[in-house]
Ligand binder design. Sequence first.
Ligand code: ATP
Ligand code: ZN
Length: 285
Amino acid sequence: MQKLRIAIQKSGRLSEKSIQLLNDCGISVSNGNRTLLASGKNFPVEILYLRDDDIPGYIEDGVADVGILGENVVLEKGNDLIVISRLSFARCRMSIAIPRGEEYTGPEYLQGKRIATSYPRILRRYLDENNIKADIHEILGSVEIAPSIGLSGAIFDIVSTGSTLLSNGLKEVEVVLKSEAVLVSGKNLAPEKQAILDKLMFRLNSVMKGRTNRYVLLNAPNDSLQKIVDIIPGMKSPTIVPLAEEGWSAVHSVISEDRFWEVIDQLKEAGAQGILVIPIEKMVN
Ligand code: ATP
Ligand code: ZN
């Protein structure tokens, strides 16, 4: 029987969350310590453990069918990949940084400068879009030390907290890209593999939806029920159950995580009490 071959990062910032996501989809996956290739135990997939930079090439060559990797790597290295789903982890930004003492005047500051990076393609595109002619100097690691050793006047690199920049005397002046982990596939999957991918996507969407929503339970006096139902309409409509105490009901519903605090305040104002918020494991529509 055909198996869908999924490439994930062997060890690094993407590994643990990639494995967790597949596990949440009911596919038990080991951590790749001793193997390059492992079979999923209860779903027709094989897991290929690779360096993240190698994943685009393996998919384009048809050795792997789909992969989980940072969007930054897809944009830099993936010529023929389709982004199927954004995965909301491994968030980071890619920015231009310059020595802290310099005054930044906008993208034209970079005109004629030399910029060190491991991501020449993404940087080239940004510079072209802004009509800047600059010299891109590609280096593989420790990009942040380039200005202090006189190699370049600016850098373009991944930033998460900015503390690496700070300790190298640099300041972030331009955010070029916001990246997160994505699921990608090659073009032209065989129909059997596409069918497995469709099943996987159904599970993945349920898990992703569960992660971004919360189950809410609360008590409210009956005369404020309508107000509360308007605030948290839920998937279809909220469940309302009478409490033992006369004139009171319990309301159960679902809210999206990013509306959470705003909604909680509104619910309290409307008369809700004893509000419980519970994570959702999976959500299937
Ligand atoms: P590999 O050995 O597989 O080549 P790597 O060193 O290139 O690993 P990691 O540092 O593990 O890669 O980062 C993998 C991805 O995680 C990055 O490409 C990026 O998408 C994302 N990421 C999120 N936050 C950060 C961060 N603070 N620094 C670097 N990458 C980050
Ligand atoms: Zn890498």
